[in-house]
Ligand binder design. Structure first.
Ligand SMILES: [Zn+2]
Length: 347
C-alpha cells in the first residue's frame, strides 16, 4: 500500500475515532511506547513545505498533557537498563527532533515548558559548530538562486528536472535532487556538493542564512539546564551512513558524540541515524554506535516500542513522524494504527 493511501485511510479513521476508542487502543497496547519525530518547527507567519506549524505542536502537546492515557518520557527511558516505571495502563510517549536547527530550540522550548513535556534534539554537531550548512539546504538555496536558464550538462543528478526551476517548482525540484543524492556513494555526493556553486552559477554564503541556521551550544546548555530538553547524537556532518566507508561512518558517530560531551553537561547517549530509513544503516552502523559508547539507536521506520527492543546493539527503535492533525495523533499514539495494521510488537 502506498504511504499516501495509508495516510488518507489513517486520517479518515482518526476523524471517526471517539475518545472511547483511544482509551481502548491504549489499554490493548499497554506497556508499549511510542516515539514521535519532528524536523523544522515554524513560528506563526512562516511557511516551508517541510515545516511543522508551532500552533499544531502546541495543540498536540495540550492534548497529550491533559489526556491521562499518555505519560511523556525522554526517549532514553526506552533504553535505560531499568526503564522508569510507567504508571499502569499508560502509554509512554517520547518526542524527538532531528538535526539541530535554531527553531527546534527557540520555538520548541517555550512550548515544552508550557506543558511540562520533555524532548530530545538529535543535533548534527558540525552544523552547530558553524562548520557547515545542512547539505540539502545548500541544494535548495542554490536551486532558488540560480540564474542558469538550462540545467548544467553532464550531471545526471539534474536529469529530467523542470528547468528553469520557477518559484513554484524549484523547492520540489531541489527535493528531487536531494533524494537522488541520498542514494549515491557519499564520496559522489561530496563531489557534487563541492561543484554545486560552479554548476549552478550561484554564490552560496559561507554560513547559512537565518532560515537555515543552527541552534548554538550556549542555547543548548541553557535548555539542558531546564531539565526538559536533552541533546543526542546525529553524526557530525549528516551523511547517510550506509553510503560511507568504514572509517568515515565510525568517525561521524564518534565525533558527534565527542562534541556533545565536550560542550554539554549530560548529553543523551543515543544515535538517531541520519535519514534513518531501511537501507540507510545496518548491522555495521549499529555495532559502531555501541563501540562509540552509545546506548542505542533510532530509525525512521514507524512502529510501537517494546521494552525488550533497542539497547546498545539491539534493533534501532522505530519512530513515527508527528502528524499535523489531532485525530491522526490520537490514532497513532493510542496504538490504534499499529493494531489496525497488525503490527503490535510483543511486550
Ligand atoms: Zn537528520
Amino acid at each position: 500500500m502506498k504511504p499516501a493511501i495509508i495516510r488518507a485511510r489513517t486520517a479518515a479513521l482518526a476523524a471517526l475515532m471517539p475518545l472511547g476508542v483511544e482509551r481502548w487502543a491504549c489499554a490493548r497496547t499497554a506497556g508499549l511506547g511510542v516515539i514521535f519525530v519532528l524536523h523544522r518547527v515554524l513560528p506563526a507567519g512562516e511557511e516551508r513545505y517541510d515545516g511543522y506549524p508551532e500552533h499544531a505542536l502546541r495543540r498536540l502537546l495540550r492534548h497529550m498533557a491533559r489526556n491521562r492515557a499518555y505519560h511523556p518520557v525522554q526517549v532514553e527511558a526506552f533504553l535505560a537498563p531499568d526503564p522508569p516505571p510507567v504508571p499502569r495502563g499508560k502509554r509512554a510517549v517520547a518526542l524527538v527532533f532531528d538535526d539541530g536547527y535554531r527553531d527546534q530550540v527557540d520555538v520548541v522550548a517555550p512550548i515544552l515548558a508550557e506543558f511540562g513535556v520533555p524532548a530530545t534534539v538529535f543535533a548534527t554537531t558540525g552544523f552547530v559548530d558553524g562548520e557547515l550548512w545542512m547539505w540539502w539546504d545548500r541544494v535548495e538555496y542554490a536551486m532558488r538562486h540560480t540564474s542558469r536558464r538550462s540545467a548544467p550538462a553532464g550531471e545526471r543528478v539534474f536529469d529530467g528536472l523542470a528547468w528553469p526551476p520557477d518559484a513554484g517548482a524549484r523547492d520540489q525540484e531541489a527535493k528531487r535532487v536531494v533524494e537522488r543524492l541520498k542514494l549515491v556513494p557519499d564520496a559522489r555526493r561530496l563531489a557534487f556538493m563541492a561543484a554545486l556553486e560552479g554548476m549552478l552559477e550561484v554564490n552560496i554564503p559561507p554560513t547559512p542564512p537565518p532560515e537555515y541556521a543552527p541552534t548554538s551550544w550556549d542555547e543548548m546548555r541553557k535548555q539542558e539546564a531546564t531539565g526538559l530538553m536533552r541533546f543526542g547524537v546525529h553524526t557530525h556532518t549528516h551523511p547517510v551512513l550506509a553510503r560511507t566507508d568504514d572509517a568515515t561512518a565510525f568517525e561521524e558517530i564518534r565525533r558527534g558524540w565527542e562534541r556533545l560531551r565536550e560542550e554539554l553537561a549530560s548529553p543523551c547517549p543515543v544515535l538517531a541515524f541520519p535519514n534513518g530509513e531501511s537501507g540507510d544503516f545496518g548491522p555495521r552502523e549499529i555495532a559502531m554506535a555501541a563501540k562509540a559508547g552509545l546506548r542505542g539507536t533510532l530509525a525512521m521506520t514507524p512502529g510501537l516500542v517494546s521494552r525488550g527492543m533497542g539497547g546498545a546493539d539491539g534493533v534501532p527503535l522505530p519512530r513515527y513522524h508527528l502528524p499535523g492533525e489531532l485525530g491522526s495523533f490520537r490514532a497513532i499514539a493510542s496504538g490504534f494504527e499499529a493494531l489496525r495494521r497488525g503490527r503490535v510488537p510483543k511486550r
